[in-house]
Design a protein around this ligand. Sequence first.
Ligand SMILES: [Zn+2]
Length: 378
Amino acid sequence: MTPSNVPRRSAVNELAVILKSPEISGLIAALEATRWTGRPGYPIAAMIGMALAKSLYSMPTWTRTVALVHEHPALAEVIAPAGELPSVYACYRFTAKLRQYDHLLQDCIARVVRRIKDRDPELGKDVAIDASDMPAYANGQRFKGIKHRRERTPEEYSDPDASWGHRSAVSTRAAGSFYGYKLHMAVCSKTDLPLAWEVVTAKANESMWVTTLLDRLSEVGIQPETCAMDKGYDHRRVYNECDERGVLPIIPLRNSRDVKIGNHFSPFCKHGNWHFAGSDYSRKAAKWRCPTGECQPASKWRKANRLHSLIPRETERWKTLYRRRASVERAFGRLKHEWGLAPLRMRRIERVRLHADLTILAQLTCRLNKERALASAG
Ligand SMILES: [Zn+2]
């Protein structure tokens, strides 16, 4: 067993605190109220404990999670104080049932986000949206046959919900296509915490999920002022969708036809480039001024649109906000490397969704409990 898989005492305590937190207790009580008892009768608290331990210790499979808990009495004591530890089979059955009661899990996640927001009113003031690749745990051979090479039909893949998508380059590998899913997330730029997310099949266009994420933020009482996204989201539709929700999009311009002919430039005259003189958010227009004031009129308003942002792209403010888009990349990295989000070891989108939900719930609940602990200590 690698050192990272050995439960640290602090992680055991962390799990104990999470299981006792009001939000997770609420989920356990709500699941108990469905009168569903996981045969052969493991308590729901133990099952939730197993599910959270899987994320806390970045275990790829239930088999490994169950083995880990069996080897560590302190962990076993927290998960099943009354004795019997859930079997691998019971864990599978539990996740199947949990998918049926997804609304209870979603309520729990929403409560956790709201509680974090209660403690930090700045949470989600500025957000960043992006999608990250989650390669499928399935046959991803794109082509079939050697002599008569042809593309596989969806039925020929072992995960019919996965699909081919494109991922952009990161430091460790080049851009290219991959087979699987994408996790779309809206992340708080200040705290790097995921606040809304959605798992979709890889081929779906990224820019189509902005409304889903922004509407989900609004459901948990988060109204961002700005939303930073990369060039892939530079579509007129995305600007409109943000505008309709009172969110200012911070997106760099693609080299589209109107950018090539220079329609995105700020106003200028024979005295030089005009200076940005503030925006009127209710009029949705930015004011520009002749550098010497000799022009008549010396200033004018320009309506905001895709090419002309209310916070102009040449300002330091825009650049600062865009730099904070890195928060969503950090959040993906943390979920994949510290919380066991990747690699996927399950097939079908519903299972991948539940896996993402439980992983992020574990992270968020940990954060909430740390802040509670800090508040009570200080
Ligand atoms: Zn002038």
